[in-house]
Design a protein around this ligand. Structure first.
Ligand code: LMR
Length: 329
């Protein structure tokens, strides 16, 4: 495809030189919606460095962060069209195209970081990636951000009843919406880069996100209460435009895959560290009240979410649920 290289058309090059010439002009435009100083922002940079190193500069990854190029509403379509070559959306946003991934959004399905790591790097990750059926898109791997927490401007969110009547921003995805519906809360779907402003102007009361996203987008500055609930897991599917990918020479594909594996390993460690460190920053830099969900409260949330487990089990099957809960390494 013309979109990833410009061949200068010279007739005098040998076949080998021609191949080198083609390779030397590959650019991967990678668009994402979060800040640079986040698990995804840093993983994107690490990936770009490793790709450049492994291909000796033949492949260049250009990063467009903070949604400057596309928001989470339109980045998927831009990838399908080949306007960009790589994105890494939250899997919540992909459930329309990969219905089985509903399982990943079930509240409390992830309980430990080691479990997330096993799911996103082991055999299960291969299986999850193979569920992508969109012929315009290829999945290359999963990156992590971390556990999601709840924030509100109105009350501490500890008992299921505390949510009642409040309005929360949600990212697209049926499971998260249903989770809040069971808590008798209202939701508004909104793209990530709009959240700060709607919280600031009090158009909505609260939201759920990782500490990293709450910190880097300064959401903690416009919220009164933060509950460390670890109720959901925010992970990303790293995807490339399929036609672009298939047109890459084999050796380049291998090098990119290797860079992806190394980046993912690095990202899984880095994300845990970042979220912990940024909780401390939030604590230091704002008067926000931080609450910790007790085991007893968690059990009440789980009870509230039981119908959602039932629904997803009916739709996707118990086997995948069990596999995510108890992944093999
Ligand atoms: C969100 O929309 O809140 C997140 O999915 C943003 C992100 O990419 O981490």
């Amino acid at each position: 495809g013309y979109y990833f290289y410009q061949y200068n058309g010279s007739q005098s090059l040998s076949y080998d030189d021609e191949q080198e010439e083609l390779k030397s002009h590959i650019t991967i435009r990678f668009s994402h919606v979060v800040a640079e100083n986040t698990p995804k922002g840093l993983a994107a940079q690490k990936f770009a460095e490793l790709v450049s190193e492994k291909t000796k500069g033949q492949v260049k990854v250009e990063i467009y962060q903070n949604g400057v190029l596309y928001s989470d509403d339109d980045e998927y379509e831009a990838l399908q069209n080949g306007d960009i070559q790589m994105i890494a959306p939250s899997f919540s946003k992909l459930i329309d195209t990969v219905p089985e991934w509903k399982v990943l959004d079930l509240p409390f399905i992830f309980e430990r970081e080691t479990q997330a790591k096993a799911v996103f790097t082991g055999e299960t990750s291969e299986q999850l990636l193979s569920m992508i059926t969109d012929p315009k898109v290829t999945g290359l791997g999963f990156w992590s951000n971390g556990f999601k927490q709840m924030t509100s401007n109105k009350t501490a969110l500890l008992e299921p009843d505390d949510f009642q009547g409040q309005t929360f921003r949600v990212m697209p995805g049926p499971i998260i919406a249903e989770q809040f519906r069971l808590l008798k809360a209202n939701t508004i779907v909104m793209s990530f880069n709009e959240v700060y402003q709607v919280l600031e102007t009090k158009k909505i009361d609260g939201q759920e996100n990782t500490l990293s996203n709450i910190y880097s987008n300064r959401l903690y500055k416009v919220q009164q209460h933060l509950t460390i609930s670890n109720h959901g897991y925010l992970g990303y599917a790293v995807m490339v435009n399929q036609e672009f990918w298939e047109n890459l020479p084999d050796d380049i594909q291998k090098k990119i895959q290797q860079a992806m594996i190394e980046t993912t390993k690095w990202n899984m460690k880095e994300s845990v560290h970042m979220n912990a460190q940024q909780l401390q920053e939030i604590q230091k830099n704002s008067p926000i009240q931080i609450h910790y969900l007790t085991e007893q409260q968690k059990q009440k949330w789980l009870q509230t979410f039981q119908p959602l487990y039932q629904k997803v089990e009916n739709e996707v099957g118990n086997e995948l649920i069990k596999q995510i809960q108890f992944p093999s390494d």
